[in-house]
Design a protein around this ligand. Structure first.
Ligand SMILES: Cc1cc2nc3c(=O)[nH]c(=O)nc-3n(C[C@H](O)[C@H](O)[C@H](O)COP(=O)(O)OP(=O)(O)OC[C@H]3O[C@@H](n4cnc5c(N)ncnc54)[C@H](O)[C@@H]3O)c2cc1C
Length: 312
């Protein structure tokens, strides 16, 4: 029996359902790009997520866990393995802490905080995606990142089971965490807030959203947010990649239907039929442009998932 059929049968035995076949990844990424995944499964409970991953590991079948797909560029060839989409959803309030399942949308967590009269998560306003994806990439804006407010995360380590990791064990840095090297899967996270004033929080959120709308491409534009990380000057200060790109002449550049946004030079957008190859070629040209102009090497923030990759 071939590995794919074996895995589908193992799923059916354990979960009563088999992963779908040949699912287009373009529909699962905000870029709207990507060929078919050989297998695709949506996990709605922690048990389903753990079982899906452990079955793939025990069958030695490549797998990759995704959240909302807002920071991913899938391959034109799709994915030769199992894509597990995290649909765990729910937030529990514990005093001034929020314990959120990892597939919960950041907007939903922020809404829970507001309704509970808690403050501290306003910086998440307008950042799309799930708690798990945000913890993985230490998502943030306006000087705050999720690692600043995270107390613990419950992880699933394929082969080793569950572990509760405190913030210090998660190696948070600028758009970085230890999860990028370790391969652990976030099941849930405890975020610490403080008692606040709902009206003040709402005013802060409106202010953040106004700023974002003014400088980001229009809502619904096919993209994956900032393509490159802001780079680090010798002084340790961050230099906005968008500024470097603008000054280096990135505005107006395109390859196929992949183009630099007119609104913000650090956004590569899909104008309709862009392929991953177009995005990658454009990104290479932009890196070269910035390197030639400023001697700065830009590093990608968007994660490119090759067709034959697997979780680390
Ligand atoms: C319009 C737009 C604006 C954006 N603005 C911002 C911004 O202001 N600040 C910012 O930081 N980002 C921003 N982003 C990027 C994106 O919102 C964040 O990176 C977000 O955290 C991605 O979450 P996700 O659930 O979509 O993750 P995905 O894109 O699905 O996955 C990203 C990575 O996380 C890993 N991952 C996902 N879930 C888990 C899990 N449970 N356990 C372990 N690993 C996991 C995946 O394997 C993958 O490597 C923006 C994106 C868009 C499209």
């Amino acid at each position: 029996m071939d590995p794919q059929t074996r895995l589908r049968e193992a799923f059916f035995d354990r979960l009563g359902v088999s992963p779908s076949e040949k699912v287009p990844l373009s529909a699962l990424s905000s870029f709207g790009i990507g060929g078919p995944a050989d297998l695709f499964f949506e996990a709605r409970t922690e048990a389903e997520l753990e079982t899906a991953v452990s079955l793939a590991v025990s069958e030695k079948y490549p797998f990759y866990v995704i959240g909302g797909g807002y920071n991913l560029l899938f391959d034109d060839a799709g994915y030769r393995g199992l894509i597990v989409r995290n649909r765990l959803d729910g937030v529990v309030r514990e005093g001034h802490r929020l314990n959120a399942l990892s597939g919960t949308g950041l907007a939903c967590v922020l809404r829970e905080a507001l309704e509970a009269g808690l403050t501290g998560l306003e910086f998440l306003a307008g950042i799309p995606g799930t708690v798990g994806g945000a913890v993985y990439g230490n998502a943030g804006a306006y000087g705050w990142s999720i690692g600043d407010v995270l107390e613990t995360a419950t992880l699933y380590l394929p082969g080793d089971g569950r572990k509760v990791a405190p913030r210090d064990a998660l190696g948070f840095g600028y758009r970085d965490s230890a999860l990028k090297k370790g391969g652990a899967i976030v099941l849930s996270a405890v975020l610490v807030c403080s008692p606040g004033d709902r009206q003040e929080s709402e005013a802060r959120i409106r202010d953040i959203l106004r700023k974002r709308w003014a400088k980001h491409p229009p809502h619904g534009t096919a993209c994956a947010g900032s393509y490159f990380k802001n780079s680090c000057a010798e002084s340790g200060a961050r230099i906005a990649a968008g500024q470097l790109l603008d000054q280096a002449g990135a505005r107006g550049r395109s390859v196929g239907d992949a183009a630099v946004s007119d609104v913000h030079c650090n956004f590569i957008i899909n104008k309709g039929n862009a392929r991953a190859a177009d995005v990658l070629a454009l990104a290479d040209r932009l890196k070269e442009l910035v390197y030639k102009t400023f001697g700065v090497r830009l590093e990608e923030e968007v994660i490119y998932l090759k067709a034959d990759a697997s979780m680390p």
